[in-house]
Design a protein around this ligand. Sequence first.
Ligand code: IVH
Length: 678
Amino acid sequence: MQRKEIEKVYIKKIKELTKYDKAYFKHDRPLIFDRDYDILKKEILDLEKKYRYLENKDSPSKKVGYKPSDKFKKVTHDIPMLSLANAFSKENIKDFLKKIRNFLNLKDSEKIAFSVEPKIDGISASLKYIDGIFVLGLSRGDGKTGEDITNNLKTIIDIPKKINKSNFPKTLDVRGEIYISKSDFKKIAKKFANPRNAAGGSLRQKDPNETKKIPLKFVAYGFGIVEPQNFEKQSEYLKLLKTWGFNTNSLNKIVNSIEDIDKNHRTIEALRPTIDYDLDGLVYKVNDLKLQKRLGFVSNSPRWAIAHKFSAEKGFSIIKNIEIQVGRTGALTPVAKIEPVNIGGVVVSNATLHNEDEINRKDIRIGDTACIQRAGDVIPQVLYVDKAKRNKNTKKFNFPDKCPSCGSKTIKEFNYSTKKKDAVTRCPDPKFNCKEILREKLKHFASKDALNIDGFGKKIIQNFWDLNMIKYPADIFNLNFKKISSFEGWGDLSASNLEKAIKKSQKISLDKLIFAIGIRHIGQENAKTLAEYFVSIKKFEELFDREKRKKILNYLLELDGIGETQVNSLETFFLHSANLNAISNLIKELNVTDFKIRKSGIFYGKTIMFTGGLSKMSRAEAKALVAKEGGKILGTASKKLDYLVVGDSKPTPKKVEQAKQLNIKILDENSWYGLLNR
Ligand code: IVH
């Protein structure tokens, strides 16, 4: 189709949608079924995705979830708002419980109580009270900074504006979920894709009077800053919330065993259709707040809580094609392009097929009728195909042996921990110049946990990439904003907002930069460990020098969490001039701040190694404590080591011997607890 024709089809669809909207909103008289409405909407969005030049002010992409970044003031949360890890099965929950027990080093006889709370699918908000007065309401934002939506939140009846209770803390951040009930949503359903979008959209209205029109509710379940803290258990806090005038969920309860967890999960899942709000699972939190504190966090989620999702919804559709996507790490993922189908309120047109083995095992072919499963925000997947419905002429799918992007011969790596060949087919990208990988790296570079460039999401990056405006990270800082402002769909304001966001991202801490580069096997935790070692960008740049690199990599092996895999990956990465150029050009554009090592704490500036099990805590907890107190963990004994902590249970004699010879200070369990004041 020619561009003109495409535009014609697009405009026609938008006009049709606008007509349905008008009939529904103005005249309260729907003209089509929800399903058909959803499909039409999806077709418009798909066209926009495929033909980036398409844009229209009446497009559904412009109406929901669209937030100009300068609309609300940004405010940093006193305590970050984190997210939760997900569990999809009893096995996942067992793992979660096991990890907690291991971390705390509990005896089999010691039970842990969990607060179970329904996970309402809404928008989280943080409400700050000072002396009982609601003073500041923030959206979650990126977890660190939220948007000041105080005035909009004030229109919500469920949110107390003033609390007159003597036991209400002087300062308290009440956290909870803003949502819309299913019955209220029905009345406004045409305007939004689902209740969650409706809640989010109306919360972000510029005019609080608009927010007021939509019946939003609030349920409280957590806290941020609290002074003084007059409760010791999550369940105690939930009870207090109620006495202070907040709504808490009536289905909250306490459970003590995996059996109870499982039983309760099944009960609530069965009740789900009768409950008047969307819930996508249950949240389990360790009830004892002291234990929560000991457990702490990994990256963005707590060790002490998890979301146990309900089983997914399914639907059937025809596989029109199988496409291969190349990811940032070179993984080739087969994706089934299916006839759009509505699964539990969401129109699905792509479903992952995971990898070659999965396609072969399930014998999936183009033209097949497939059962598709969608669970929460996870990518939909093909569960199986209905072979009875298969056309005789279909052929087995041949997985490509060359990268569809750069033509390199694909590989399957050997996994040293499972001692098996990986199921994932990869583009080895021998020269670090595979186009699709480069593009996906750019998306990673700008993403939330990396440079966090506001308003520079995947869609825009793809768009600029297609226009040959960006190829390497440094290009992002040399964009021509004048030109951008003249693009269709852009204007002076949006271009200048992007410019500001990009400028802001130029100041970045070393750990974020290391993560943002996207070196294989260097995730957020490893990036922090490396940044802790390098501290400054100057030192990091020594990796560019062959001789210095050799020495550094050798030393890195001693760091906890950095193994051969990481060191090999760093070595290959820095061996290539393409990477060296890209990274040094990038560094020129940035103001990289030193990694902030805690300059205090009882282990500040010290290195520690452990051998043998400790009786009162796990190795993981001990390591977390060292990090929190400013110390560094080493994996092998050397002259650089300050302390060797020798646990009572089966220490390695060789390590103790080595430490003695090197004159390293040896701590037994008791002196270790003494140091920690426990
Ligand atoms: S606790 C660190 N409790 O789920 C603890 N979250 O993926 C983080 N949610 O952003 C949150 N009900 O929007 C918590 N009872 C509940 C919840 C809940 C819903 C949402 C919330 C959060 C997301 C976490």
